[in-house]
Design a protein around this ligand. Structure first.
Ligand code: IPE
Ligand code: IPE
Ligand code: MG
Length: 253
C-alpha cells in the first residue's frame, strides 16, 4: 500500500486527521502471516508483538488517549494447547520486557478480561503491571486478554444481580450507567474507532456493549504487516466518516 508522501509531514497530518480518543484494535492474521512465509504460527505471534509495540508508539505520537488491543479471546481456548501456552508466555514476556519502557513513556496499563482460569502467577503479574503504572498519565493501554464481550456482560449482570439480591439496588434503578460501571471497561470512554486487520469483517466478541457507535475500519494487511502507513490510512478513512449517533447532523466526536 502506498500513501501520499505529503501526508507524512507532521503538521499537515495533524490538521488533516481526526484522532480517535479511544482506538480499539482486533489484531488478527498472525497465523496467516506466518503461513504465507512457510513459518510456524508461533512465529506470526512473535511478529505480532513487534507490531503491537509499534502501535503503542504510534498511538503515543499521534495523541491517542486510550488504546485497547484484543490479544486473546475467551474463544481462543479452543486452539491447540501448545499455541495457547505460547500466547500466554508471550503476554508474560511482553509485560516483563516492556514494563520499564512503558513506565518511561508514561503509559498506564490495564488488562481486561476474565481472570477465572488464569494461573495465580499470571494474575500476580497482571496486578503488578497495573499497580506499577497506575499513576501514569499518558496513553492508557488496555490489553483485552482472556476477554469476551458476552462473558463481560454476563459477569456484569451477575454483579448487578448480587447487589439487587442483597437489597442494595432496586431493579427500577438499573440504568445504562449501572451496567457500564459493572463492565471490565468501567471508567473508559467507548471506542470511537475499531480497526480489524487480516480482511475479516466481524467483531468476534470484542467490546460488544462499548462498540454500539464505534466506526469500523477493516484492512487487508495481516497484523504483523500493520505499520505507520496503514495506521495513517485508517485515520484518514476515520476522519472522513460522518458520525450521527442516531441524530441527523454530523457530530465531530
Ligand atoms: C491473531 O492472529 C492473534 C490471536 C487471535 C491470538 P490469529 O492467530 O488469529 O491468526 P489467523 O487469523 O489464524 O491468521
Ligand atoms: C479475534 O481473532 C481475537 C483476537 C484477535 C485476539 P480470532 O482469529 O480469534 O477470530 P475469528 O475466530 O476469526 O472470528
Ligand atoms: Mg484469527
Amino acid at each position: 500500500m502506498s500513501i501520499d508522501p505529503a501526508i507524512n509531514a507532521e503538521p499537515v497530518l495533524r490538521q488533516r486527521l481526526r484522532i480517535p480518543v479511544h482506538l480499539g484494535v482486533i489484531m488478527d492474521g498472525n497465523g496467516r502471516w506466518a503461513k504465507a512465509r512457510g513459518k510456524m504460527r508461533t512465529e506470526g505471534h512473535i511478529e505480532g508483538v513487534k507490531s503491537l509495540r509499534n502501535l503503542v508508539e504510534l498511538s503515543i505520537n499521534y495523541g491517542i488517549a486510550h488504546l485497547t488491543v484484543f490479544s486473546f479471546s475467551s474463544e481462543n481456548w479452543t486452539r491447540p494447547k501448545d499455541e495457547v501456552a505460547f500466547i500466554f508466555n508471550l503476554l508474560r514476556r511482553f509485560v516483563a520486557s516492556d514494563l520499564q519502557r512503558l513506565i518511561r513513556n508514561n503509559v498506564r496499563v490495564r488488562i481486561i478480561g476474565s481472570r477465572a482460569g488464569l494461573e495465580p502467577s499470571l494474575i500476580r503479574l497482571i496486578d503488578d503491571v497495573e499497580a506499577k503504572t497506575v499513576d501514569n498519565t499518558g496513553l492508557v493501554l488496555v490489553i483485552a486478554f482472556n476477554y469476551g464481550g458476552k462473558a463481560e456482560i454476563t459477569d456484569a449482570t451477575r454483579k448487578i444481580a448480587v447487589e439487587v439480591a442483597a437489597g442494595r439496588l432496586k431493579p427500577e434503578d438499573i440504568t445504562e450507567a449501572t451496567v457500564e460501571a459493572a463492565l471490565y471497561t468501567s471508567g473508559l470512554p467507548d471506542p470511537d474507532l475499531i480497526i480489524r486487520t487480516s480482511g475479516e469483517q466481524r467483531i468476534s466478541n470484542f467490546l460488544l456493549w462499548q462498540a454500539a457507535y464505534s466506526e469500523f475500519v477493516f484492512v487487508d494487511e495481516n497484523w504483523p504487516d500493520f505499520d505507520e502507513s496503514s495506521f495513517v490510512r485508517v485515520l484518514e478513512i476515520f476522519s472522513r466518516r460522518d458520525r450521527r449517533f442516531g441524530g441527523i447532523e454530523a457530530q465531530t466526536s
